[in-house]
Every structure is written in structure tokens, then in C-alpha cells.
Write a protein that binds this ligand. Structure first.
Ligand code: FES
Length: 220
């Protein structure tokens, strides 16, 4: 049986790696369910069995989860997860902002291990788990197809820390070397500083255009 460490964290122990699932962050994207092999099998108890998969496959599958809901701790002395070479924000079709990189996310709990590298951030304004997405965009029928019209000032560097702060009742303030990728997969914007809409009302998504004020958006 899986060890339940806390209500929101479930750790599945293996001989060479432990895998932890964080229910606060999971929006059921399903990368784990689509993985080949036997690490995750829906309906099995426990659902996750690290000893049923090769260690390399386990690491690969876990790092594919774009929300940070799954993390791992190696017990074989091998390397821990590291940040990708480039910080990116992917604007999802009718969905959240998928951020990856060397992340410092204001509002993340200390025991959210993987959101140092991967996270899904609310941009519809309706999440009850801000700054993270909780799939409320579906309930409120949020519509934005993820186009990005601005090219940004440019940025020749990549990587390094990417800070994501919450402006009270306003946007996400992102600073660090950053590329923004449209929902179509195009690297659309490069720069070092951006204010990204998290109220859902901007007419220039994914950027804030000040519409949070007339919209009466309230969030820490
Ligand atoms: S946060 Fe949405 S317009 Fe500013």
C-alpha cells in the first residue's frame, strides 16, 4: 500500500526511487497515464509502483508532468531533477500557463517539491488554489486560444532563476530570462520581464492590460 504522509501528499516507495503525488497540484493532464510501462496503472492498488519500471523511465515520466504534481527522490545516489536550460511559459488553449525552468513561485508551499521546475498557473481568475490552476477554467468556460501577439524586447540569455510574483488583485509579475510559447507551439516572445494576466479579462492575453481593475479582480 502507498504511504500517506499528509492528506495532500502520497508517497509511493520503491527500491531505488520514491515517487510522490501531490493532489493540490494535479489537474489530471494525464502524462503519467499515457506513459508506456507499468509505473502508473489506473485502477491498480497502489496506482504507482516504482519497482515495476526502470529507474530511467520513472524519472522521465515524472519530469513530463507539467504541473509539478509528481516528483521523485532517488535513493541510488543518482542526480536529482534539475531545471531545463531555458525558462518558458506555454500559453495553453483555454487553459493555464505552463511554466518550466528554475522557478521561484510566490505562493508555493514549501513541500511542493516539483514546482521549482514545473507548474501550471491560473490565468482564468477562477482557481481556488491560486497561483496554481485547479481546472476551474473548465467550470467557468474560460476561452482563450493561446495566441501571443507581442514579440517582446528580446533576450539573448536563457536559464537562471525565474521569479513569479503575485501582484495583489493584479497580474503575475515574471522576471528572469524568459520565452513565451503560444498554444500553437511557436516561440512568440522573449524578454526578461512580463506582467501576465491572471484575472482572465485582458484583451491582450497572455499579458495584463489593466482590465483586472474594472473587472474587480481580487486575489492575494
Ligand atoms: S491581471 Fe488580467 S488584465 Fe491584469
Amino acid at each position: 500500500m502507498a504511504d500517506t504522509d499528509k492528506v495532500h501528499l502520497h508517497t509511493y516507495p520503491g527500491d531505488s526511487v520514491d515517487v510522490t503525488w501531490d493532489r493540490r497540484l494535479c489537474i489530471h493532464i494525464g502524462e503519467c497515464g499515457r506513459a508506456t510501462g507499468e509505473l502508473f496503472v489506473g485502477g491498480r492498488d497502489p496506482w504507482c509502483q516504482p519497482n515495476a519500471a526502470q529507474l530511467g523511465d520513472t524519472v522521465d515520466v515524472v519530469e513530463r508532468c507539467p504541473t509539478g504534481a509528481i516528483s521523485y527522490v532517488r535513493k541510488d545516489g543518482g542526480p536529482a531533477e534539475t531545471a531545463p536550460a531555458e525558462n518558458t511559459v506555454v500559453v495553453a488553449y483555454n487553459g493555464p500557463l505552463y511554466v518550466s525552468g528554475e522557478l521561484e513561485i510566490d505562493g508555493a508551499a514549501e513541500d511542493m517539491a516539483a514546482v521549482k521546475f514545473r507548474a501550471a498557473l491560473c490565468r482564468c481568475g477562477a482557481s481556488k488554489n491560486k497561483p496554481f490552476c485547479d481546472n476551474s477554467h473548465e467550470a467557468v468556460a474560460f476561452r482563450d486560444y493561446g495566441a501571443v501577439g507581442d514579440r517582446g524586447p528580446g533576450c539573448e540569455e536563457s536559464g537562471g532563476a525565474l521569479s513569479v510574483r503575485r501582484a495583489k488583485n493584479g497580474p503575475l509579475l515574471v522576471s528572469g530570462n524568459l520565452a513565451i510559447v503560444s498554444a500553437s507551439g511557436r516561440v512568440a516572445w522573449r524578454g526578461k520581464r512580463a506582467a501576465l494576466c491572471r484575472c482572465g479579462a485582458s484583451k491582450n492575453k497572455p499579458f495584463c492590460d489593466g482590465a483586472h481593475k474594472p473587472a474587480g479582480f481580487e486575489a492575494d
